[in-house]
Design a protein around this ligand. Structure first.
Ligand SMILES: NC(=O)C1=CN([C@@H]2O[C@H](COP(=O)(O)OP(=O)(O)OC[C@H]3O[C@@H](n4cnc5c(N)ncnc54)[C@H](O)[C@@H]3O)[C@@H](O)[C@H]2O)C=CC1
Ligand SMILES: O=C(CO)COP(=O)(O)O
Length: 325
């Protein structure tokens, strides 16, 4: 197969490497000329995935149209740029597999809804799960959720992209797969704050469990299935990113928890911490859906400059309630 990958960051590059290692020819669109040039000349992405030698089956390009002439296209831009990038791609009916994690600001739409608006003729699937790019690129075992409203397409794509160490599980629950990936980034910031503020491992476990309740409440309100939220793209990814400094979102939270200003932590960064963009969008979407998300609200307050201690005190002093979603 010829596979297109749109987005030459760490995740797009790692996915290109997985596809190439399965014997596919890969066309990788990168926004930065230097990324295109260095991948084609020395077969490395020195900017975004520096430690991984890349297959010679990967050809990088700045031409979106050329990437569109492939059998399937993985879309791996930052969530807030997906619409603009897709508008430059021909809508020629090739399957699109969305691999980014987030909710569009302004429209409050999930990314498959955005893609469907722009690419009405192209079948759409979502790939999401616990997947640190550097581990996937190194060929370490990884499992993901692969979702499409057309379950036969999900199963077919899963067969086509599976590798011995890259194992997709098909589902028809697109909203569930996307909401898990988007919400866990916000919760990873919260868990980083717990770590940075020295609140202990009990507090982190509580944050993961109550964060999962929050994810489930929001997911159910937006049509997700509970088994998807408890699967790889929900609970699986939540556990991964809430427990590791390999997560950019968790690391951002550690900085906030240590009392560093959000502005300073976010300015001049080349890599994305999607949770920072998703948090205010999620707060708005939750309010619109009538869903209580106190951890998300706390993360928003910290990103907007609130002091750590009063925000934590406010969370701890909420009225007691029964356990459950
Ligand atoms: N890195 C990882 O381990 C994983 C990342 N993801 C998701 O993949 C998506 C992409 O993240 P990464 O590859 O990690 O990015 P990255 O942080 O490695 O690189 C930043 C990317 O943003 C792109 N970019 C910056 N400004 C842009 C603009 N105006 N228009 C279009 N693109 C622009 C850059 O070209 C670059 O590809 C995110 O939604 C992330 O949540 C999902 C799973 C794993
Ligand atoms: O989504 C990821 C792992 O599944 C990557 O997490 P970060 O974006 O927090 O690094």
């Amino acid at each position: 197969m010829k596979i297109g990958v749109i987005g030459g960051g760490a995740w797009g590059t790692a996915l290109a490497q997985v596809m190439a290692s399965g014997g596919n020819d890969v066309r990788l669109w990168a926004r930065e000329k230097e990324v295109v040039s260095v991948i084609n000349s020395v077969h490395r992405n020195t900017l975004f995935l520096p430690d991984c030698p890349l297959s010679e089956r990967i050809t990088a390009t700045g031409e979106l149209g050329w990437v569109g002439e492939t059998d399937a296209i993985l879309v791996v831009t930052p969530a807030q740029h997906m619409r603009t990038v897709l508008e430059g791609l021909p809508d020629n009916g090739r399957p699109l597999i969305l691999c980014s994690k987030g909710i569009e600001a302004g429209s409050l739409k999930l990314l498959h809804e955005v893609a469907h608006e722009v690419m009405a003729s192209s079948p759409i699937a979502v790939l999401s799960g616990p997947t640190f790019a550097h581990e996937v690129a190194a060929g370490l075992p990884t499992a993901v959720t692969l979702a499409s409203a057309d379950e036969e397409l999900a199963r077919d794509l899963a067969e086509r992209i599976a590798q011995p160490t890259f194992r997709p599980y098909a589902t028809g629950d697109v909203a569930g797969a996307e909401i898990g990936g988007a919400v866990k980034n916000v919760l990873a910031i919260a868990c980083g704050v717990v770590d940075g503020a020295g609140l202990g491992q009990n507090a982190r476990a509580a944050m993961i469990a109550r964060g999962f309740a929050e994810m489930t409440r929001f997911g159910l309100a937006r049509g997700a299935r509970v088994e998807t939220l408890g699967g790889l793209s929900g609970l699986g990814d939540l556990v991964l990113t809430c427990t590791s400094t390999s997560s950019r979102n968790f690391s951002l939270g550690v900085g906030l928890g240590e009392g560093k200003p959000a502005r300073e932590l976010l300015e001049d960064r080349r890599t994305v911490a999607e949770g920072a963009a998703t948090a205010p969008v999620l707060r708005e979407a939750a309010s619109e859906a009538g869903v209580d998300m106190p951890i998300t609200q706390a993360v928003c307050a910290l990103l907007e400059g609130a002091q750590v201690r009063p925000v934590i005190d406010a969370l701890l002093n909420r009225p007691l309630r029964a356990e459950g979603v």
